[in-house]
Design a protein around this ligand. Structure first.
Ligand SMILES: Cc1cc2nc3c(=O)[nH]c(=O)nc-3n(C[C@H](O)[C@H](O)[C@H](O)COP(=O)(O)OP(=O)(O)OC[C@H]3O[C@@H](n4cnc5c(N)ncnc54)[C@H](O)[C@@H]3O)c2cc1C
Length: 267
């Protein structure tokens, strides 16, 4: 590991100033510390967000849940209100990694990192969530459709912090993850949601970043059945192929996991 200094801000204002000055923020360290240990990252200066109370917690605002960026996966998984209103989101959080990852990993860290096999980005995209950020003195609300920009890339500017994410409550939703057994990440995960703005289908693990599948969305809008999803041909052209699965295998998994999600939603 390269040498680094550690700041421990206790207010969002202080963290914002540090981040805007080029200090790298540390959430649960589940990705960042591992990268630093392997000398893949050399941030020099870190600011631990763990002491900032206003960044953690879950609250209901109208027909949405606003979840603080530093909220741990375990807290989303165990939250009674989320379990009741968006069980698919609680279930997704409950199956991230292992117990340690769920105890330390955070919503903001996961979404800022935008690992192409991470689970949360698919929920953010399928539910049409909004990412709340702060950057110096500027605040932004970024629609999920504009946020994810391919492998480890997002709409965040250097020094911009995610403060919270608001998730509109869907009519129904389900997330089906086909687990990569060594890492517990998604080999392919599909999040299907029936929202006020229609059916949304977000796929993770299959390509260079999370994406919406417009063909599945159109088919499920016209007939919300597993058979309708099964009728959609999934093009493997731009899908990942690696030692774990070919592009064709991943294409088949997108279809199968979507059908399973729809079957679950139909009860
Ligand atoms: C063994 C293992 C298994 C895992 N399995 C899964 C899985 O099944 N599904 C899944 O979805 N994920 C999985 N993860 C990822 C995990 O869920 C974490 O969310 C992810 O690693 C990010 O970790 P973190 O929240 O601790 O953020 P950190 O590692 O602290 O930070 C990650 C990056 O985000 C930046 N960052 C952090 N917070 C903010 C913020 N508020 N604003 C702006 N930038 C920020 C940091 O600067 C850094 O660049 C796994 C991780 C491990 C180690």
């Amino acid at each position: 590991m390269y040498a680094f200094t550690l700041e421990r801000p206790t207010t969002l204002a202080d963290a914002t100033k540090l981040a805007a000055a080029g200090v790298k923020v540390l959430a649960g360290g589940q990705t960042l510390l591992a990268s630093m240990k392997q000398r893949l990252a050399d941030p020099g200066q870190l600011a631990d967000l763990g002491g900032i109370k206003e960044l953690s917690g879950i609250k209901r605002e109208g027909n949405a849940f606003v979840i603080g960026a530093m909220t741990r996966h375990l807290d989303v998984a165990n939250n009674a209100d989320i379990k009741a209103a968006i069980p698919a989101l609680a279930n997704l959080a409950a199956h991230i990694g292992d117990k340690q990852v769920r105890a330390m990993g955070t919503l903001g860290g996961s979404v800022a990192n935008n690992d192409p096999a991470a689970c949360y980005p698919s929920a953010v995209l399928a539910l049409g969530a909004t990412i709340h950020t702060t950057h110096g003195t500027t605040q932004r609300k970024i629609a999920a459709d504009d946020f994810f920009q391919g492998m480890f890339a997002t709409a965040l500017k250097d020094g911009e912090l995610i403060t919270a994410i608001s998730f509109p409550i869907p009519k129904k939703a389900a997330y089906m993850k086909f687990v990569q057994p060594a890492s517990r990440f998604a080999l392919v995960g599909v999040f299907v949601a029936q929202t006020d703005s229609g059916v949304r289908v977000a796929v993770t693990g299959a390509a260079n970043g999370v994406f919406r599948h417009k063909g599945l969305e159109a088919a499920l809008t016209s007939s919300f059945t597993a058979a309708s999803a099964a009728g959609v041909k999934i093009d493997p052209t731009d899908l990942n192929a690696d030692i774990h699965a070919s592009a064709l295998y991943r294409a088949n998994l997108i279809s199968v996991q979507t059908q399973r999600a729809v079957t679950k939603m139909l009860g």
